[in-house]
Design a protein around this ligand. Sequence first.
Ligand code: T1G
Length: 693
Amino acid sequence: MGAINAVTDLALDGDIAILSLNSPPVNALSQQVRDGLVKAMKAAVENSATKSIVLICEGKTFIAGADITEFGKPPQPPLLPEVEAAIENSPKPVVAAIHGTALGGGLEVALCCHYRVAVPSAKCGLPEVNLGLLPGAGGTQRLPRIVGPEQALEMVTSGKHVDAKTAHANGLIDEIVPEGELRAGAIAYAKRIVAEKRPLRKVRDSNEKVVAARGKPQIFADFRKTNARKFRGFLAPEYNIRCIEAAVNLPFDEGLKFEHKLFVELLNGTQSAAQRYVFFAERQVWKIPDVPEDTPTIPIKKVGVIGAGTMGGGISMNFANVGIPVTIVEMKQEPLDRGFGVIRKNYERTAKSGRITAADVDKRMGLLTPSLKLEDLADCDLVIEAVFENMDVKKDVFGKLDRIVKQGAILATNTSYLNVNEIASATQRPEWVIGLHFFSPANVMRLLEVVRGAKTSKQVIATSMQLAKRIGKIAALVGVCHGFVGNRMLAARQTQANAMILEGAMPWDVDKVLYEFGMPMGPFAMADLAGLDIGWSRETSKGATIRDVLCEMDRRGQKTGAGFYDYDAERNAKPSPTSEKVIKDFMAKGGTTPRKISEEEILARCIYPMINEGAKILEEKIAIRPSDIDIVWINGYGWPVYRGGPMFYADTVGLTNVVAKLKEYGPKLGSDFRISPLLEKLASEGKRFQDMK
Ligand code: T1G
């Protein structure tokens, strides 16, 4: 017994062999781990003193899946099926001892063990769908045999982790052992199954639940129908469903072959490549080269928010959700009352859906204090300003905060466009000023653009990034420029969208292309949703743009039942002959003859200028790395994750093609349009954004 290899150890506890893995950070099934498992199983089985084997992991978690870094490279033996066969076909019972998260290949390995025990805090899941994949090592064939096809469908298409209690209830876990006593509990369990001569239970042989579902295709038809909207554009969910169907309709080994065939298809596809890229991008985004991970942070125990409007209210909820008290300041009582009313309604709606309890609603509302006085923010650790998007108004507020709020507090602005350095210049402490750009609805949208000013201190940056994690956001650190990363690139797209409807395309033509590309909605439907009259007033309107004319006609968007589209009572949009006439009249007035614009041109002119703007953002070091830009677009603007984000997408299209198209459409992209030198350079060197160091 002893070390099998650098990450695998085999020990004996009485007549129980303890096979332990120790491969930080998450005991992923790397080649070394697989090799260790096969060799250790062989040694344990051949050791006559061994009656049973416990598989356990050191560190923070049980096996959290295949090693994602190995994907896309030639597979190295032993492969996972060989590992699984060594465990499942062991003549001695194997007990998986689970703590942390048994995920993907980790749960699949556990399902090849004859028994599974876990501590109460453990979780299990098959999250491969989040990587554009499916459980390719028998998970789609073994899971439904334990939990039934319905639950299996839910687990493999949501990728959600189930807690130990649920896993015990649905049969995934045989016994829950006391927290902190996993090893002892597993050994005791192994001794018991030996003493009770319990069978070598193989999941592959328990067919009751799949046979019971045979001849009931409705299970799958209903599931597909219920989730069609959620799965739109993704390949992996459908492939997972087909595998569960195979588990019901095919003998185990044929089901296994079918699963493997679909797994390989997904693995070699662009969607999984994109989603695996995003997996690592979501972990990279927190790493700030010049702000070390051990940078001291400021404890945030009390927060102040200025403005109880849509943004102020949503922002405050984020902090109340994690138990941080918030004082919300408004100028007048009426907007303050209205703001608190909206927050309570939002919480009550969440409670109605069962995601929180009525007690939670009261507890969170109890953490929110209304105020009409900025002075009430004096002892806050962080103050976030969410007032009207006007520089003078913001500078006035920051000047006052500078005089009121204690030294050592962070002063943050929720501006979505304005110059954070200029806002900071209204204070004597610009090093304590930062931008925290939330996205509407702020209590729902996952993205937070953390805007670093020229003088913002590393401590303030580190604290803001840490706080973002605490309130469940994904934060991207960006520099100061107009619109930061997301809105700056959005403007490049909007410019082209607006230009093309003055050349012959209709708003619904442009929206259709972006919707089919995978965006939740196109720019014109989005404008109607937000309201066409943002920043518009009849007094100043000159009918200079199509938007002006539509607003003058009281077509302000969904809220008026008409905008670019006409809306029925259920707010379903349909192309509008009225706005079509407005647009055509506009072109006629401008002397433009409408032309047919192809979908290919619409897509290229909407997406490629964004990519070009992204490259400029990298040149100006407004973003740290291309994948941060992708994180911004996926989590803030609904860019489809299976396309990896605008910069990753550019790499899949090929930067030379992007440059070529930008040159082809150059004359239409506006007199001030310039191709980014970085983009041209990478393209000329045959490189990708991913190759940037
Ligand atoms: N492979 C390689 N590296 C991994 C990894 C994995 N499976 N999981 C995590 N890491 C790295 C991660 O990049 C980070 O590195 C560090 O570990 C800590 O991760 C055949 C096909 C387990 C819940 O999808 O969900 O099995 O940034 O920051 O917040 O069917 O990691 O420090 O350099 O996320 O505590 C299926 C993926 C694989 C699970 C821990 N498994 N991992 O969360 O830490 S596909 C998954 C997670 C598969 C089979 C198929 C989480 C976690 P670095 P972290 P955490």
